[in-house]
Design a protein around this ligand. Structure first.
Ligand code: NAD
Ligand code: UDP
Length: 355
């Protein structure tokens, strides 16, 4: 993808798992990047290596508040939102506000600056789908009153706002429906399946399989996802999405457990836990639209992506720790990642170079 010009790019949620990889990539391509994050589920360490870069700045801010950015803005990637079920269910009302007010505020920022804006939407807009695989035309089956609704309905409302801002104000919008994405830098206590299984396997702790493990997901490696996000952002204005970005290889959760055990050589036993309420039974993206509109398809095989993910976790969790800190349960209160970050809050409110 040739870089045509140096762009001023805001990445909300830029200290998180996907956002920090995106910041890395955009800075490497010569763009001026403002990472905006409240460090809820993000880690300052994810962007620390970028701080001395003249084209990078970190702004600690919350998308639930109106946003203002010094200087011009050409692109906004709106990634700010906890993505793991235990994290987004920890403060469900806060999650709705992050999805809805966050969308409103980035759209206002786009309107004020003339920027193009991309929303990180989700396969969760399809809920527990009755159609398989899921095309963009499918309108979904979300339980509006269940524990996942704060995220699912929040993201659906955000999509509605994006298209209303386009219709009413002509804001150039892009909506990506991201399917399960994994890779290096996921939090140890993130609570999602791949991070849980890898951490548990590396520590020889029991692998926590929810339900009977027959539910399916389709896992996309983070580098593939970034290719898709960038292609969508830089596509013609007429291409708005929503567009599915995900890997169509579908596996059961039990298969994932066995792959992780095999690739780590772990002695962990598998233990069965209750299936969380409203856990979707099947999920696989239909990606013909992404292929057609963007020429995009994922390239990284699950086995290879898992290897990189395992290698990354192995460096972080090599030392076995007490069972309490290896919990697969939602963390109580703040995340382990957020606690030290918040202590540093005063020092961090705006760090790095002016972009
Ligand atoms: P993540 O939790 O690692 O990153 C989210 C980032 O947003 C964190 O840095 C967090 O601190 C920040 N954040 C949360 N609330 C905020 C707020 N109110 N104001 C400012 N910053 C805030 O999650 P991720 O996996 O990197 O996901 C990034 C985005 O992609 C999310 O919007 C998520 O909904 C979407 N998505 C991810 C997946 C996936 O499988 N990873 C799938 C579908 C959609
Ligand atoms: N899951 C599991 N064990 C875990 C974490 C998750 O069996 O320790 C299951 C979960 O019930 C779901 C699937 O793995 O069926 C994917 O869960 P994740 O939270 O990663 O993503 P989502 O449900 O949002 O797709």
């Amino acid at each position: 993808m040739p870089v045509i010009e140096k762009l001023n790019i805001v990445v909300t949620g830029g200290a998180g798992f996907i956002g920090s990889h995106l910041c890395d990539r955009l800075v490497q391509k010569g763009h001026a990047v403002t990472c905006l994050d409240n460090l809820d589920t993000g880690r300052f360490d994810n962007v620390r290596p970028l701080l001395n870069h003249p084209n990078f700045r970190f702004v600690e801010a919350d998308v639930r508040d109106p946003l203002s950015i010094d200087g011009p803005v050409d692109r906004i990637y709106n990634l700010a939102c906890p993505a793991s079920p235990p994290h987004y269910q920890r403060d469900p009302i806060g999650t709705v506000k992050t999805c809805v007010l966050g969308a409103l505020h980035v759209l206002e920022l786009a309107r004020a600056t003339g920027a193009r804006v991309l929303q990180a939407s989700t396969s969760e807009v399809y809920g527990d789908p009755e159609i398989h695989p899921q095309p963009e035309s499918y309108r979904g089956a979300v339980n509006t009153t269940g524990p996942r609704a704060c995220y699912d309905e929040g993201k659906r409302c955000a999509e509605a706002l994006f298209f209303d801002y386009r219709r009413l104000y002509g804001v150039p919008v892009k909506v990506a429906r991201i399917f399960n994405t994994y890779g290096p830098r996921m939090l140890e206590n993130d609570g999602r399946v791949i991070s849980n299984f890898v951490v548990q396997a590396l520590r020889n702790r029991p692998i926590t399989l929810y339900g009977d493990g027959s539910q399916t997901r389709s896992f996309c490696y983070v580098a593939d996802l970034l290719d898709g996000l960038e292609l969508l952002m830089e596509s013609d204005d007429a291409i708005t999405g929503p567009i599915n970005l995900g890997n169509p290889r579908e596996v059961t959760v039990e298969e994932i457990a066995r792959m992780v055990l095999r690739q780590t050589g772990s002695r962990s036993p598998i233990t069965y836990r209750p299936l969380p309420e409203d856990d979707p039974r099947r999920r696989r993206p239909e990606i013909a639209a992404a292929a057609r509109a963007l020429g995009w398809a994922p390239r990284v095989a699950l086995e290879d992506g898992l290897k990189s993910t395992i290698d990354d976790f192995a460096m972080r969790v090599a030392t076995p720790v007490s069972p309490a800190s290896n919990s697969a349960e939602p963390p109580a209160g703040l995340t382990a990642a957020a606690r030290p970050a918040r202590k540093r809050r005063a020092a961090l409110s705006a760090v790095g170079s002016s972009a």
